[in-house]
Write a protein that binds this ligand. Structure first.
Ligand SMILES: [Zn+2]
Length: 317
């Protein structure tokens, strides 16, 4: 009878929704480093503001709650500190969260543990004030270059320091060399090469698709399922212009966007991840290494073609 079939279809809809909520679909958290801006060429305070507005507009359009990791030294542009603070405010007003990426972007390969610890504390002053004004937490730390330590002892000591100061480490599982594409893009913008910019944006999208496939393979081989992934990109001109397309691509690939705290609730993020040393790969690679598991792939392919050639010409100095 119609009434019964109506009830049954409601029931199946409810099941479909709960299966999705339980993780039936693929999930990804978006994290954006080097807020307010990473640029290979000169960038004005006005452009920095517009860049952040574009990132936030794309995130809001797709209902994605991102975490922006701040380098406070980049906010201290003489005569323009208020604009920098307004950018932090804009992130929080848009419903995003801010994290600490340290003052000066010091990595745990080139800098001493003591210097990096000092940079964590020096780099939280304006962000903490902004977060408190919005009743928002300041709880995540993203290691510059995702370098978590030269040795296990150093990694553990630093993580204890971070925990003491209320920080959780923000891992990442998906990267697609966005800084390589972004550097080329910055130079082509400076040269007003619009067809070149478009070509880089197209290559960048293709590289995202190829890279995501690799990290899905790693997750399947290591965990036997799709972990909630964590994407790492940077606050660059490239991403300001293409984040809408990136998020559309991820949706096409079957992903829904989840906040970082939801992704981190997955038990995979409790797995041991060894100290990175100099190179900071995906946490999927770190987990595999800690378990002595051999995977068929260990990260995204290298950028090829036009972008790789341009990168050699424009960015390797
Ligand atoms: Zn960074």
């Amino acid at each position: 009878m119609p009434r019964v079939s109506y009830f049954l279809s409601l029931l199946s809809l409810a099941f479909a929704c709960s299966a999705f909520a339980a993780g039936g679909g693929k999930r990804i958290a978006i994290t954006i480093d080097d807020v307010p801006a990473a640029s290979a060429t000169a960038i004005t305070p006005d452009e920095t503001t517009r860049l952040n507005q574009a990132l936030l507009a794309a995130l809001k359009r797709h209902g994605a709650k991102a975490v922006g990791f701040v380098n406070e030294d980049r906010l201290l542009v003489p005569g323009h500190v208020d604009e920098g603070i307004a950018i932090l405010d804009a992130w929080l007003t848009a419903g995003m969260e801010l994290g600490n990426h340290n003052f000066g972007h010091l990595g745990l390969w080139q800098s001493s543990l003591e210097d990096v610890e000092a940079a964590v504390l020096k780099g939280e002053v304006l962000t903490r004030r902004a977060a408190e004004a919005h009743h928002a937490p300041l709880r995540y730390y993203r290691h510059p270059y995702t370098q978590t330590g030269r040795t296990e002892a150093e990694r553990e000591a630093f993580e204890t320091f971070l925990a003491t100061h209320g920080y959780t480490v923000a891992p990442m599982t998906v990267e697609h060399d966005d800084y390589v594409f972004a550097c080329v893009y910055d130079h082509l913008v400076a040269q007003r090469d619009d067809p070149g910019r478009q070509a880089v944006a197209d290559d960048y999208d293709a590289h995202l698709r190829a890279s995501v496939q690799v990290f899905e393979t790693m997750s399947q081989e290591l965990l036997g399922r799709q972990v909630p992934q964590i994407l790492l990109i940077h606050a660059s001109r490239l991403n300001a212009d293409t984040l809408d397309r990136t998020l559309t691509t991820l949706t096409e690939l079957g992903y829904s966007f989840v906040p970082l705290d939801e992704a981190l609730r997955d038990e995979a993020y409790r797995l041991p991840a060894r100290a990175s040393g100099r190179f900071g790969p995906s946490w999927l690679a770190r987990w595999a290494r800690a378990q002595g598991v051999k995977l068929s792939v260990y990260g995204q392919p290298d950028p090829q073609g036009r972008t790789a050639q341009w990168h050699t010409q424009l960015c390797s100095h």
